[in-house]
Design a protein around this ligand. Structure first.
Ligand SMILES: Cc1cc2nc3c(=O)[nH]c(=O)nc-3n(C[C@H](O)[C@H](O)[C@H](O)COP(=O)(O)O)c2cc1C
Length: 438
């Protein structure tokens, strides 16, 4: 009997909150991003609630205008290694850049983390949108959008190739005959490309899940093609079900075109549940969060997506300015989306800034309403699961205690883990070693 399709859920450590103003709320501990004990508590709680993974985003650059969350935070691969030691089933997805890391180093670090955790690691392979990062890596200028994706493909090919250095039965450990490994099962990559030359081999073997799960978070045309060819999980920011359905169908179609199966890639929109015993209580919570957002901060946030354009000098009540997003070398897909919606709905600059600086309104309401909306997105092929990010202190617990049981009763979410690895829990296949049996 075939099993009912179930949604997969990621979450994150609250820290000081995803929205730039959340840290000002009374209940928020402003050092939350570097409070290790709080991270441990939340990881263990997420595991008790049977989440698939905790997701760690990352930034390689900040300045005085950046969101406070990026000013003081743990490096993702370091924190996930530590958290994997105090959990046993929960997965961890760490963001790391293909533009500003060497593939050999990153392959080692990721595989070490995957071995330490017993096969529970995912890599969110980003190309890095923020141009300021270049200055931290001995460059005067950031890579262009297209070069970033070309480098990303080479980077990923190398990392995956290095991970297959050792076939799974390569180590024979034959003490009597002084044979540590079988030389026929050791493979040297010897990669020569446009951007990288990496010989290998890599000095660590494959993990219980073979290789870490590859995530991706770029949504431009190039980004979606890159995802279709490489990703097993996609994190995306989308506000409405119709928009999600278009993205979902597009990425799945591209994945099949790339010679893979639709089920080889799972799509996870971010969601921020505002939960109340009544609709009013939920909206009160939403409005409280929004009340902290000032116009100055909202336009500063917009700057991120439009080549550092200083919107604060423009008339807030004039229509959102004309932009060619071709010139947006950073978050191109986000810039496209903002322009499309601002134009389509004839929003002023001020309305645009608040619209994109505030949490989406789709998941505000009673636990039943939130479960209904999640079910609709999932069953109507808008997603394969969600990245659930608490928009206020205690939001994660509230979601786990009030919404998850409804999803479980409806057979839409697991009651217990199916496997010990991230790949196993996500229902993704074990990647065979490319050299096995050859
Ligand atoms: C939803 C989403 C989340 C992202 N998260 C990160 C991140 O945590 N760190 C980072 O350096 N870049 C992040 N990026 C940037 C992408 O990796 C990429 O560099 C950028 O978006 C340009 O690609 P695109 O135009 O295809 O979206 C994110 C992008 C999106 C759309």
């Amino acid at each position: 009997m075939s099993q009912k399709r179930q949604m997969k859920l990621g979450t994150r450590v609250f820290g000081i909150g995803h929205y730039r103003t959340l840290w000002r709320q009374q209940q928020v501990a402003p050092n939350g991003n570097i409070d290790f004990k709080a991270h441990v508590r939340q990881a263990q709680y997420a595991e008790s609630a049977k989440f698939d993974f905790i997701f760690f985003s990352d930034r390689l650059f900040f300045d005085q205008y950046s969101a406070p969350k990026s000013m003081n935070q743990f490096e993702p691969l370091t924190i996930i290694s530590a958290l994997s030691a105090v959990t046993s089933k929960l997965g961890f997805v760490a963001t790391a850049s293909t533009s500003y890391t060497e593939p050999f180093n990153l392959a080692r670090i990721l595989m070490s983390a995957d071995q330490i955790s017993g096969g529970r690691v995912g890599w969110n392979a980003v190309t890095t949108a923020l141009s300021g990062a270049a200055l931290n890596f001995s460059r005067d200028k950031h890579f262009s959008h297209s070069e970033r994706y070309q480098r990303a493909q080479e980077h990923l090919d190398i990392v995956r190739g290095l991970w297959d250095t050792w076939e799974d039965d390569a180590f024979v450990y034959d003490k009597e005959n002084n044979k540590f490994f079988d030389p026929a099962k050791l493979h040297t990559l010897d990669y020569k490309g446009q951007f990288f030359n990496v010989r290998g081999p890599l000095n660590i073997s494959r993990s219980e899940q073979g290789q870490p799960v590859i995530f991706q978070a770029g949504g431009s045309e190039t980004g979606k093609t890159f995802a279709a060819q490489n990703a097993e999980g996609i994190y995306t920011i989308i506000d409405t079900l119709p928009e999600a359905q278009v993205f979902y169908a597009d990425v799945k179609r591209r994945t099949v075109q790339a010679g893979r199966s639709e089920d080889d890639v799972l799509i996870f929109p971010g969601m921020y549940p505002f939960i109340g015993r009544t609709e009013k209580e939920a909206w009160d919570k939403y409005n409280e969060v929004v009340s902290y957002i000032t116009y100055e901060e909202a336009v500063t946030e917009l700057k991120l997506f439009f080549k550092d354009t200083d919107f604060s000098k423009l008339d807030p009540d004039a229509p959102f300015p004309e932009f060619s997003t071709e010139s947006s070398e950073g978050y191109r897909s986000m810039a496209d989306r903002i322009v499309r919606i601002a134009k389509g709905e004839r929003l002023s600059l001020k309305e645009t800034a608040f619209r994109f600086g505030s949490p989406k309104q789709e998941f505000v309401g009673t636990p039943e309403r939130i479960a209904d909306r999640m079910q609709a997105w999932f069953e109507q092929r808008g997603c394969d699961g969600f990245n659930v990010w608490a928009p206020y202190v205690g939001g994660q617990e509230e979601f786990a205690e009030k919404v998850l049981p409804i999803l479980q009763d409806r057979g839409l979410f697991r009651k217990d883990y199916e496997a010990d690895t991230l790949r196993g829990n996500l229902g993704l296949s074990l990647p065979e070693n490319r050299y096995a049996g050859k």
